[in-house]
Design a protein around this ligand. Sequence first.
Ligand code: PNW
Length: 486
Amino acid sequence: MACQASASLQGAAEVNGSTAVAPAAAVRRFPDGFYWGVATSAYQIEGAWDEDGKGESIWDRFAHTPGKIENEDTGDVANDHYHRYAEDVAIMKSISANAYRFSIAWPRIFPDGSGQPNPKGISFYSRLVDELLAAGIEPFATLYHWDLPQALHDRYGGWQSKETVHSFADYAGYVAARLGDRVGHFFTINEFRSFVEGGYSGFDIQVGGGKTLHLGAPPELRLPPAQLNQVRHHAVLAHGLAVQAIRAGGRAGTKVGFAENMAAAVPVIGTPEYVQAAETATRELNAAFLTVMLEGRYTDAYLAEAGGDAPRFTDEELKAVGSPVDFAGINVYRPNIYVAPSDEPPGYRAIPISASHPKMASAWHVFDPEVMYWAPRQVTSLWGPRPIFITENGCAGADEVSEDGNIYDSDRVMFLRACLSQLQRATSEGIPVRGYFHWSSQDNFEWLSGFGDRFGLIYVDFKTLERTPKLSAQWFREAARRNAVV
Ligand code: PNW
């Protein structure tokens, strides 16, 4: 009986009149050439915060301010990846990752934000890229993962000023000209929503049961609506100008796009009316970021709602914002809202997330693997088919080291299996997802939570900096090797 039950679970097939069990890997495969990647960011893993001529970033300043980060943790040393990158690349190879998404610290390249570049900064990333290529791992570089040069904040108020926008485009072009011979994919900016809302609006997010959670970030401003909308506009403009600068600076065929944590509206029920309502909601929820980058214009509803506080922009700027991208990168962690149809404008109704809705370990992490299906599907149905990368997905866990020295992160294995099953559902329906990057390769500095929230496939002992693969790393390796959900 037990045997039969498991056979039916794996998908029994009639072969020559007898019932044979199809190998699971043959059942839920990803398209050929799929990237199985892992992701990190500079401030979260590099350490070496003031080495080799690096300038100070707003995260250095913030973490050095008492009371800002859990346990007074800082990224001063973090994973010491700056010195241990070769070991880290070898570990990635050992778990069969064939792609690595890392970010470049702008203040390593331009310590002052603009002006004189620091050759030792670019040299680090150049060595990292060579190491990756030698290991058969494709490098994917993000240019901005929130570590703005402090100098640009001090001089211009950071993203409140167009000076910062132009400095970013210059920096992007500079990096593309030096790494573009070996790096084939660039992401301009990571999570517009997080750093703009967290840094300039004081961001409160819905976490179920009517509760909200505050996710702050430097420079911890709470701007009035008109100024806030202007910062949002500057962020997407910086992306657009960087796309152009990377195209001009990189080699022919360099691919460029963004990595945005799109707000995803999930239909409560999968009928056409609900699916349509959820698409309408997703388009409007992302009006200031994803939607304007892919449509080259702000939605009527967004401009009407903003009224006199709408951002100020020229036609030329909007054209830059909508610069064609080679792919859409989306970070997918959680459903932002559930949606039902409505006859009233805007054509959908947000269904509240229940207080008892399952969560992963981070307070904000509402768990629903279906978002991994709906998010890429909506990107395709709303804005047309173009390559999609899942630039981040993952979860924090308790990750205790057991007596035998292993880390049995059964929750992360469940999360991976569930999310990748839904992603495979999307690819099997022809949604053009080309790769998946797990957040994160290894435990690292989780912003306000310091080293408390562990997201890695690899466990890091932050006293010794020893790295140990978790159970989830084994799961990832087997899936990557078979190019299938296992
Ligand atoms: C992302 N949410 O942030 C960032 O890109 C990473 O640097 C970070 O370490 C990782 O996810 C895990 O937190 C997010 O509230 C922050 O849904 C908040 C949310 C999602 C992602």
